[in-house]
Design a protein around this ligand. Structure first.
Ligand SMILES: Cc1cc2nc3c(=O)[nH]c(=O)nc-3n(C[C@H](O)[C@H](O)[C@H](O)COP(=O)(O)OP(=O)(O)OC[C@H]3O[C@@H](n4cnc5c(N)ncnc54)[C@H](O)[C@@H]3O)c2cc1C
Length: 393
């Protein structure tokens, strides 16, 4: 009896929300940065529609721009889960900074770590960890969900490619110096012509176009990219020619967990604000959190947030463990984006009229939450992935 007890005892796993000592320390330092440096700037950055350059520098100085990047390339050499913790903590205060750090880590660095050759890693990962912002350019005006229908073309000119086309909706477009950009180098082959390129802002024929004026994550730049006979050296092909479709799918599978983290950060920010406010606001001679109706709304919010958090953490831990996580990542993003939207919406209601004005933080959480159902695959595309994987077709 005691023997079987020992055997069962030793096979226990850790609760998903139990962090290692390193993870806890990392979380505390990101939170301190978010509360101390980010919080005071949130409103002005949202109003201006621009990230404060001082904050961008601090993100690099704190090592937030190369979390998973191996130490030999100037990064912190930490886990994917650690990057997820950073995105969550930053988004709890400002989802624009959350996605700024998220795109750098889960899309740009990630693509280079997995698909870059040694020279590319040495050249670009170091820069991305220490001072250069990156962006990930897949979408175009006519190709979003159907990303492989892209019209951007790359023509082989011997020692370089000439790229022509336009990209739309590119996060970090204004700040970035290094772009992971997708173009079709062999349109006859359909999606098997799609190739990933590392494009520098300084490349001839490359320019950044219009910046979008958005509902939410306003401080995060979203821009058009224009490529007119943009010359990209052959050594800047990322992975194999014609395998860009694979690079984009696999990178976005991981990136999706980052968006889930952004969403649970938003939801936590909104719930924390609602908990504080409902404890202070007096109506009918008592704090409004003394009313069972309000208590139940807060309890529902906490329940949804906990579920979303477990889904996101599980997908991230699966990724680090080398287990196939595609379905779990899609579920986590789908659910977390819905939870963030609902939780931030109820938070506005709990603030009453004060929730509807910009003097209080909750309307921004709601505006910021909406993007979770759109980028890195809309909610319908997540449902399509989940359905395919559970039905087996
Ligand atoms: C703020 C912001 C930042 C972004 N950042 C980036 C970035 O950094 N890099 C990048 O490459 N892209 C980026 N995007 C683009 C984003 O990924 C796309 O907007 C998204 O994939 C949806 O594409 P679309 O806008 O063309 O919508 P569409 O694909 O036209 O979709 C419109 C609607 O049709 C539905 N739909 C489409 N096809 C199907 C189908 N087969 N079944 C069911 N429903 C379907 C969709 O779910 C959606 O509801 C960003 C977008 C925004 C708004």
């Amino acid at each position: 009896m005691s023997q079987s007890k020992t055997a069962i005892g030793s096979s226990f796993g850790s609760p998903l929300t139990t962090l290692s000592e390193d993870e806890q320390m990392f979380r505390s330092s990101v939170r301190e940065f978010a509360e101390g440096e980010l919080r005071p700037r949130v409103e002005a950055m949202d109003e201006a529609g621009k990230l404060d350059p001082a904050l961008i520098k601090q993100c690099f100085d704190l090592g937030l721009m190369g979390i998973e990047t191996p130490e030999e390339f100037g990064g912190a050499g930490a886990s994917f889960f650690t990057a997820i913790v950073a995105v969550e903590e930053l988004s709890r205060v400002d989802a624009s900074v959350g996605v700024f750090v998220d795109v750098q880590n889960t899309l740009v660095n990630n693509a280079l770590i997995h698909w870059g050759n040694q020279e590319q890693k040495k050249k670009y990962l170091n820069r991305l960890a220490t001072g250069s912002v990156g962006a990930y350019a897949l979408s175009e005006a006519g190709s979003g969900s159907d990303a492989f229908a892209m019209q951007t073309r790359a023509v082989d000119k011997g020692d370089h490619y000439l790229i022509n086309g336009r990209k739309l909706w590119i996060t970090n477009g204004n700040e970035a110096e290094i772009f992971i950009l997708f173009a079709n180098a062999n349109p006859e082959a359909g999606y098997r012509g799609i190739t990933a390129y590392i494009v520098e802002k300084s490349s001839p024929g490359f320019s950044v176009g219009k910046k979008e004026n958005k509902l939410g994550i306003r401080a995060s730049s979203t821009t058009e990219l224009i490529l007119e006979d943009c010359a990209v050296p052959k050594e800047n092909v990322l992975g194999e020619v014609g395998k860009g479709y694979k690079t984009s799918i696999e990178t976005l599978n991981e990136g999706r967990i980052g968006i889930g983290a952004q969403m649970i950060g938003i939801a936590r920010g909104a719930l924390d604000a609602a908990l504080a406010y409902t404890g202070e606001r007096q109506q009918f001679g008592k704090s409004i959190n003394q009313f069972q109706g309000v208590q139940f709304q807060l309890a529902e919010m906490a329940t949804e947030l906990e579920a979303a958090r477990l889904l996101v953490y599980n997908a991230a831990r699966m990724k680090d463990a080398g287990i196939n996580f595609v379905k779990e990542a899609a579920i986590a993003k789908l659910y977390a984006s819905r939870a963030a939207e609902r939780i931030s919406s109820v938070a506005i209601e709990l603030y009453g009229g004060y929730g509807f004005v910009k003097d209080y933080p909750v309307e921004k959480y709601w505006r910021d939450s909406k993007i979770g159902a759109i980028y890195e695959g809309t909610s319908n595309m997540q449902l399509q992935t989940i359905a395919k994987l559970i039905i087996g077709k």
